[in-house]
Write a protein that binds this ligand. Structure first.
Ligand SMILES: C[S@@+](CC[C@H](N)C(=O)[O-])C[C@H]1O[C@@H](n2cnc3c(N)ncnc32)[C@H](O)[C@@H]1O
Length: 238
């Protein structure tokens, strides 16, 4: 795992958890409710400080959270709320074959390179008929270099798409002094690698940006029809 996540776990926790981030509060956590309700044994891969794991545990599931960062695992254990937490890598999940009915990974695979071994592991730990729910920064509309353009010379406003097809690994300064590596891959790579492991897409969400996010990001007032998030729910073939 990239060592940056150990260094910046506290930054993540302060700005994106415990009610601090409208995209989680208004969108991601309710989507986790919708997609994970009814599963008995759930693995949260790259669980961070556990906000999705706690949410799904509150629905009645037995949840295991796995994260590569000790700083995240320590915070998750302190925040408690039902799940068990283990430190582990996406590429070597500390869970037996076929042990869970559902796996979720929220904003994690953008940091895992290569990601194919992680998908192998997810397919291994899922019982036949189980679901993998993948939350991603929308790979098409949020490709590197994408963003709102307000061209005062040509008097045009539009959403620019950055290079979509090539894989890209970039270190982004997401806040002053916080540098994190991000991996971009086209959506077909995700869908085809999942399908090769018997994980077929049965549902996809591309929600409009959350109102609380638009209130904080004025450029999105114009780009409210451009999704930031993509959710794929896949089912392992029996
Ligand atoms: C953006 S945070 C998301 C945390 C959590 N899923 C959430 O949505 O609140 C990404 C998390 O992925 C974890 N992570 C990154 N690469 C990993 C890897 N190879 N194995 C396990 N965890 C990893 C990081 O430590 C970090 O906690």
């Amino acid at each position: 795992m990239a060592p940056e996540w150990e260094t910046h776990a506290a930054w993540w926790q302060e700005h994106f958890t415990a009610g601090a981030d409208p995209e989680y509060e208004e969108q991601i956590l309710p989507l986790a409710d919708a997609h994970l309700a009814g599963f008995r044994r759930v693995l949260d891969l790259g669980c961070g400080e556990g906000q999705l794991a706690r949410r799904v545990a509150a629905l009645g599931a037995e949840v295991i959270g796995v994260d590569g960062s000790w700083a995240q695992i320590r915070a998750a254990r302190d925040r408690a709320g039902g799940p068990a937490y283990l430190r582990g890598a996406a590429t070597a999940l500390p869970v037996a074959t076929g042990a869970v009915d559902a796996v979720m990974a929220c904003l994690v695979l953008e940091h895992v390179d290569p990601f194919e071994p992680a998908i192998d592991e997810i397919a291994r730990v899922l019982a036949p008929g189980g679901c993998f729910v993948l939350f991603l920064n929308h790979p098409l509309l949020q490709a590197p270099g994408s963003g709102w353009i307000d061209d005062h010379i040509l008097e045009e406003q539009y959403w620019r798409l950055g290079p979509y097809l090539p894989d890209d690994v970039s270190v982004e300064e997401v806040a002053p002094g916080v540098h994190l590596p991000f991996v971009h891959r086209p959506l077909s790579r995700y869908v085809n690698v999942l399908a090769d492991r018997g994980l077929l897409v049965e549902h996809m969400d591309e929600p409009a940006p959350a109102p609380g996010f638009i209130a904080r990001a004025p450029e999105y007032a114009h780009a409210a029809a451009i999704p930031r998030l993509l959710v794929l729910r896949t089912r392992k073939q029996a």
